[in-house]
Design a protein around this ligand. Sequence first.
Ligand SMILES: [Zn+2]
Length: 98
Amino acid sequence: MQDTRIKYIPGTMCYKTVLGFIWRTKQSRIPSAEALKTRGVTMDSTICGACNMTVETGDHIVATCTLARDVLRMILYWCGLRKTNFHSVSSIIDYASR
Ligand SMILES: [Zn+2]
């Protein structure tokens, strides 16, 4: 039987499920509207349902959507950090890797 509990990965400061999500996002493998359309899913629109401003991609969901920016800003503020203008998942990973 597979152990499905969330596991902390020593030395990474991160949980296995979080690393998996980050990896899948960087590989454009989260089910964004654009990714689903590319896979043949019929959709009325690929525009982001949170902001209605642009196509919903992985980068948009995590980094550039106004909702994502607000959440990131609050998390960074909570951590005592002030950077808020990420343009992609890669830019967040680069910032977190410093
Ligand atoms: Zn959006």
